[in-house]
Design a binder for this molecule. Structure first.
Ligand SMILES: C[S@@+](CC[C@H](N)C(=O)[O-])C[C@H]1O[C@@H](n2cnc3c(N)ncnc32)[C@H](O)[C@@H]1O
Length: 478
């Protein structure tokens, strides 16, 4: 599709109907409410003052950002564009303070550090939080010491040493063996080596390297949800060179840290960064009121992508959790929860007013009603929980932004049991109800990947003509 055609499509998607469109500019205005943004929907470097393609795919080639793949994030360039748009007129003496309440593997926070800004993030998933922390700490790390440990590990790998201490996580259960025996032997040898590293910051980098590649030599695969290789039509992996795969990732990490040091080292001040492995909606004790100049974030989409289940291998094998009970606690605290977590509850209700959404929920509840938790009633509970969390999110955001502070929320629409839900427009409404000003709902791109619910709805014969798209909802505290 040509970029002109895409632009037309976007204009249809952000229509002049519904509540947010009243008084809303077609294109975003900047934080001072004046100039227009020029958009380039093709993902090429932009001309003028606009956002580049927000897809995380770009991060796969960027230093630091490329360490760990993560679903439904945005790119470092997108974050940079937000900084350039909304922080260029920052006039206070101190560095601006940036927040990402759903930090993932740290795209926003890393980019803030590279710009010399202070930043704070929250991430409920211990594996993503570990990756984020390791990236943020890497600027202070002695890279030669790290390189010497990589060399030591290489020797262990070439000597063919066998593991002695580490055992496989007892409560990590899978339908088929996660690793073949010969692969597992190498994995345990690696984990033994990590245990012997006395420096926690260096051990963390080794663990991140392992977490990033471990599924590639397992009998499971991301499609994008985690499933067995035979289930995806792929052969089992009997033998693999585990050590070489980890070493390749480690050498990428070493070379990126050298790059960061050169870049940050040449600047007088480095931004102070914090990542909290906590539920953002429970952040009162660590996040002061009126302390954030800019928030750039992408919350979990309402597509039931199960971050917790999909990172079970990393969570168990890196000893970040040790039992299914801990896994369930994470599922409960996850923003919007999961369909699996709320489908069996009694019918849930919205805790804020929204006529159109309430109407959609009634229709959704009546869709395949006879299937109960697996039909409309179960999915309506999920949608209700999701938007109730969005409403809680905006009250916290309003508290923590400085007056005039801006929030950019990247979000996609959803198609659930054949019903399209324009999450961006509803979020914009909730933000306004929470007392925040809406600057824009900015179209970003169409044909998002990872549409698990769309495909399941289609499989069940309930086709929707809607297209998946992503937008940035941009708000400001009055
Ligand atoms: C779309 S991803 C964000 C990706 C991020 N922008 C990046 O580039 O890595 C959403 C993240 O929110 C996290 N999350 C879910 N519930 C949360 C909560 N209550 N508090 C903090 N983080 C949460 C998920 O674990 C997931 O990593």
């Amino acid at each position: 599709m040509s970029s002109t055609a895409k632009m037309l499509l976007y204009r249809q998607i952000i229509p002049t109907e519904g509540r947010v469109s009243e008084g809303l500019p077609t294109y975003a205005v900047n934080s001072r409410g004046s100039s227009q943004l020029t958009l380039d929907f093709t993902g090429k470097p932009r001309n003028g003052n606009g956002f580049r393609d927000p897809a995380f795919a770009d991060n796969k080639t960027q230093p630091l950002h490329r360490w760990v793949p993560w679903i439904a994030g945005f790119s470092a360039q997108f974050v940079q564009d937000c900084f350039e748009t909304f922080l260029k007129n920052h006039r206070r003496k101190s560095a601006p303070r940036v927040l990402d309440p759903f930090a993932g593997v740290g795209t926003t926070l890393v980019q803030a550090v590279l710009n010399g800004f202070d930043s704070i993030g929250f991430e409920i998933n211990p594996y993503a939080a570990l990756a984020c922390k390791a990236k943020l700490n890497s600027g202070k790390l002695d890279v030669e010491t790290l390189a010497s440990y990589v060399l030591k590990y290489k020797r262990v790998a070439t000597n063919g040493r066998r593991h002695v201490a580490t055992v496989r996580p007892a409560e990590f259960e899978t339908r088929i063996p996660f690793f073949s025996l010969s692969v597992e032997e190498q994995v345990l040898t690696f984990l033994d080596f990590v245990e012997s590293i006395p420096r926690p910051d260096i051990a963390d980098l080794f663990r991140v390297a392992f977490g990033s590649v471990m599924v590639s030599f397992s009998n499971y695969t991301y499609e994008p949800s985690l499933g067995s290789r035979p289930g995806a039509g792929k052969p089992l992996i009997d033998r693999a060179d585990v050590h070489s795969t980890i070493l390749t990732k480690l050498s990428e990490i070493v070379s990126d840290i050298r790059w960061v040091k050169e870049r940050v080292g040449s600047r007088p001040a480095e931004g102070k960064a914090q990542i909290h492995n906590l539920d953002f909606l429970d952040s009162t004790n660590v996040l002061a009121s009126s302390s954030i100049d800019l928030m750039v974030t992408s919350p979990p989409y309402m597509n039931n992508y199960h971050y917790v289940r999909n990172t079970r291998p990393q969570l168990f094998w890196l000893s970040l959790i040790s039992s299914p009970k801990e896994l369930r606690k994470l599922e409960e605290a996850n923003f919007g929860k999961y369909w699996q977590t709320v489908r069996d509850s009694k019918p849930l209700t919205l805790n804020f007013e929204h006529t159109e959404l309430a109407h959609t929920l009634v229709k959704l509840r009546q869709t395949r009603e006879e299937k109960g938790p697996y039909g409309g009633p179960g999915w309506a509970n999920y949608v209700t929980t999701y938007f109730n969390d969005c409403s809680r999110f905006f009250s916290v955001l309003k508290r923590v932004l400085v007056r005039g502070g801006v929030g950019v929320i990247v979000i996609g629409n959803s198609i659930i049991q054949g019903h399209e839900i324009k999450t961006d427009l509803i979020l914009a409404d909730i933000a306004r109800q929470s007392g925040l000003s809406l600057l824009a709902v900015q179209p970003l791109r169409t044909k998002r990947v990872g549409a698990s619910i769309t495909s399941s709805a289609v499989r069940r014969g309930n086709k929707s003509k809607a297209t998946l798209y992503e937008s940035a909802v941009i708000i400001r505290k009055k």
